[in-house]
Ligand binder design. Structure first.
Ligand code: NAD
Length: 377
């Protein structure tokens, strides 16, 4: 099929910016995708980062993001910069009239996120928010099963992202562990959208929040022989009462976001249990998901192997394993297809309303942590 070429510019070529170059390199794995994105520009103040993009043969390399936004050849921007820069750069991108995929938390706090969302709504730019884990086939299957109504009355929902990235106390500090750059919401800013996306898409809305926020490691090496304060929350556990349009009773919903989760490497999981059925998926066992049914007095768990059954079809054989880079490819496939109005009923990237709602929850969680009480939304 003929594909529309879309020129992409990356602002912030660190860990995530580079992943987009790699995802575009695998674009031909997608079957009949209407778009062919090509990374034609990057902006990053770091010489080492610019040199990486030079090596990747990206033709337009800028030091200042304003140069990239002024480049008329750039159609779509991916913005992957520290959280303290989201507000300035996202607003500048809207003002430049460019569509973009923004990284979470989409503003360092609720106030920044509200300003960005208001500017987008007053413009014509097409914007979505990064969250790739729900694109795992098992996560998609779990989402679809929960959406089908097979659960009956919802009893309880759990959504979690569990890292062990900070278990090593000798690991030097980076911007993600400093409030000034990461935000007061700490780990909720880093991992929150990942746990919020599927519940939000299922219409599970938090009505009250009780939080346990934990700053476990308070000091880290600066990598130069000194020590600096590590002042962000490492772990956040939120116990919520949530509402769904399908039932009157509010139900418990738990979100766990942890950078220090001993025993976990990079585990994203979702579980929803109801009176008739249930579902659970974890990236720890990515080749399977589990369905539950309560029928004729029996409680039945089924283990299902979804294989490489993806949201957007791919050339990869259906029995092969799916992994993190595949989830990024699927997220970008959804972004570009939706931008063309061609996503159909496939699963879409997180929206600006969904990210704003996540910020309402995180703000309430901060308040709950201060008062020790549940906070109504
Ligand atoms: N979706 C995911 O799975 C995922 C994973 C990690 C990080 N993130 C998010 O991506 C964003 C970036 O995180 P990262 O891990 O790539 O960080 P990183 O530190 O690896 O990269 C950030 C880059 O931004 C650059 N930068 C700093 N100031 C800039 C400016 N003024 N203009 C342009 N570039 C500038 C830095 O030089 C650096 O290269 C954050 O919002 C983070 O929360 C998302």
């Amino acid at each position: 099929m003929s594909q529309k070429k879309v020129n992409v510019g990356i602002i912030g070529g660190g860990l995530m910016g580079k992943e987009l170059v790699a995802a575009c390199g695998r674009w031909d794995a997608l079957v009949d995708h209407p778009v062919r994105p090509e990374v034609i520009a990057v902006a990053d103040p770091s010489p080492a980062v610019r040199s990486w993009f030079e090596n990747a043969k990206i033709p337009n390399i800028y030091e200042d993001y304003k140069q990239l936004l002024a480049d008329p050849k750039v159609d779509v921007v991916y913005i992957a910069v520290p959280h303290n820069l989201h507000e300035e750069i996202y607003l500048a991108t809207v003002a430049a009239g460019k569509d973009f995929l923004g990284e979470k938390p989409f503003g360092i706090d609720k106030s920044a996120s509200s300003k960005i969302v208001a500017a987008i709504k007053a413009s014509k730019v097409f914007v979505r928010v990064s969250s790739e884990m729900p694109f795992y086939p098992g996560a998609q299957a779990a989402f679809n099963y929960a959406k089908s109504g097979a659960l009956g009355e919802i009893v309880e929902v759990h959504s979690a992202f569990l890292h062990s990235s900070d278990l090593d106390i000798a690991k030097p500090i980076n911007w993600k562990r400093i409030v000034k750059f990461c935000g007061e919401i700490g780990v909720m800013g880093d991992l929150g959208m990942h746990v919020a996306h599927v519940p939000a898409r299922l219409g599970f809305e938090a009505k009250s929040v009780y939080s346990l926020l934990d700053d476990i490691v308070k000091v880290r090496s600066d990598g130069k022989g000194g020590e600096v304060a590590c002042d962000t929350f490492d772990n956040a556990v939120l116990a919520m009462k949530a509402k769904s349009a399908s039932q009157d009773r509010e139900f418990p919903m738990f979100w766990e976001m942890k950078r220090i989760a001993p025993g976990e490497s990079n585990t994203w999981q979702f579980q929803a249990m109801g009176m008739k059925g249930g579902v659970k998926f974890s990236t720890r066992t990515p080749a399977t998901f589990h369905k539950f049914a309560y029928a004729n007095g029996e409680q039945i768990w089924q283990e299902i192997q979804p294989g490489h059954k993806t949201n957007w079809p791919v050339i990869t054989g259906g029995i092969f394993e799916f992994g993190f880079p595949d989830s990024l490819l699927q997220m970008w496939a959804a972004y570009f297809a939706e931008r063309e109005g061609l996503l159909g009923d496939k699963f879409g990237c997180a929206t600006i309303d969904e990210v704003l709602k996540s910020h309402l929850v995180f703000e309430a969680a901060m308040e709950s942590n201060k008062t020790g009480a549940a906070v109504k939304l």
